[in-house]
Ligand binder design. Structure first.
Ligand code: SAH
Length: 399
């Protein structure tokens, strides 16, 4: 028998409107003592069943909804179907031949809270962030093996910090099929990347910037490009493939740049782009360039998350303002700044405001030529706006 979670009177609004999170304060009563990750029936104060979710006893988000229908209680077949449906929604991305890597399951926005799955060639990589995701681990792995075309193995990269809030310890290792190769070669159009699913960031790579990388490539022909926070090459490789005059990749991680160097050698270089790799702190490097009076035609700023929570927002906006102001001063007239924020707490409106303030302080005029979001394989459920985390602006300096 499934245990029941009964909500306080008047606290059913979010659940009725299909928001997947139920906070501890909304709960009046729980029958029995459900185990971590187990499914519970969620009822309003009158006892009407609103659906089913996964129980997270250690987290402030106590329940994450899996089903909003009283008739559809989650079981193994339900979870497998959800995974298969999410994979099917991406089949055109993979079948198109443009790329052999994409996100397959985007957590809440694909109806599977806490579950992220990406594919790199024949290897699926999962990141399970919640008790419910952990509970269904084997079903998720089996469903990926079954539904992902050409899948040879499922690797677990559940070493995310957020698991602590769920009372879960980090976990990595093989979940199904064969061990992945040490490095997996993927492609995005002409660009080639080597991906390390064991030690790389996230599940190994920043798939969420695929569309933005292509967009930035379109401004790169003949340009002298500064690719800040390059990771394994990303935007700079797109610029190289598009015929940039020169590309300088800057990152604090020597390992990331070592891979960037290999990726640059694998990626076409039709214009003989001069490529440079600099292990440095971007905050310091931009100041060094300022003091040297250097300038660039195209600058990319794709920093890591500066804010995790609303509390960290002040510090984060100061960080964004600082690097954007410095970069704006380094741009040649008519130059392009592609600037991003992956902090969920920073809204697109706030990010645009911070950039406007930076432009004001730099005493330069800019126009917005494009606004970007996380790529389409990282969709955001309309009922779950929290799913939007990555946004960007492509700005042109007018003078
Ligand atoms: N643009 C990349 C992803 C960038 S991820 C792509 O398209 O794939 C952010 C990167 O910033 C990481 O590689 C991290 O090593 C680097 N980083 C974090 N803080 C840094 C700092 N202060 N200076 C330089 N690099 C930094």
């Amino acid at each position: 028998m499934m245990e029941k979670v009964i909500l306080n009177r008047g606290r059913e609004y979010a659940t009725v409107h299909r928001h997947p999170w139920i906070f501890s304060g909304a709960i009046r009563e729980v029958t029995g003592s459900p185990a971590a990750g187990e499914s519970v029936a969620v009822c309003d104060a009158k006892g009407t069943c609103l659906g089913y979710g996964s129980w997270s006893p250690a987290s402030q988000i106590r329940v994450r909804m899996l089903s909003f229908s009283p008739d559809a209680a989650p079981d193994a077949a339900f979870i497998r179907r959800r995974v298969a449906e999410a994979v099917t929604r991406r089949k055109d991305i993979l079948a198109g031949g443009e790329t052999n890597a994409c996100r397959l399951v985007n957590a809440e926005s694909d109806g599977l809270p806490g579950v992220v799955a990406d594919v790199y060639g024949g290897t699926a990589v999962v990141q399970l962030a919640t008790a419910g995701a952990e509970f269904w681990k084997q079903e998720i792995a089996a469903a990926l093996m079954e539904s992902v075309p050409g899948c040879t193995g499922v690797w677990n990269r559940s070493d995310v910090d957020s698991r602590v809030r769920e009372g879960l310890s980090p976990q990595t290792g093989l979940l199904a099929g064969a061990e992945p190769p040490e490095l997996i070669e993927i492609h995005e159009g002409a660009i080639r990347y080597l991906v390390d699913v064991r030690k790389g960031h996230k599940t190994g790579f920043y798939l969420d910037q695929r569309e933005a990388r292509a967009l930035v490539g379109a401004y790169a022909k003949g340009a002298e490009v500064l690719n800040c926070f390059s990771y394994t090459g990303g935007f700079g490789l797109a610029a190289q493939a598009a015929g940039a005059r020169a590309v300088t990749h800057v990152d604090a991680s020597a390992d990331a740049l070592a891979l960037a160097r290999r990726n640059a050698a694998l990626t076409p270089n039709p214009a003989g782009t001069a490529v440079d790799f600099l292990v440095a702190d971007v905050f310091k490097q931009l100041r060094r360039y300022r003091d040297e009076r250097r300038s660039f035609d195209l600058i990319v700023l794709d920093p890591p998350k500066f804010a995790d929570t609303k509390a960290g927002l002040m510090r984060a906006t100061r960080g964004y303002k600082d690097i954007n102001l410095l970069a704006m001063k380094l741009l040649r007239p008519g130059g392009i700044l592609a600037t991003f924020s992956c902090s969920g707490a920073v809204t697109p409106e706030l990010f645009a405001k911070v950039c406007a303030e930076a432009a004001f302080d730099a005493r330069r005029d800019f126009q917005v030529v494009a606004r970007t979001r996380q790529a389409a394989d990282h969709p955001v459920a309309l009922a779950f706006p929290e799913g939007l985390y990555l946004k960007g602006l492509v700005l042109r300096a007018l003078d």
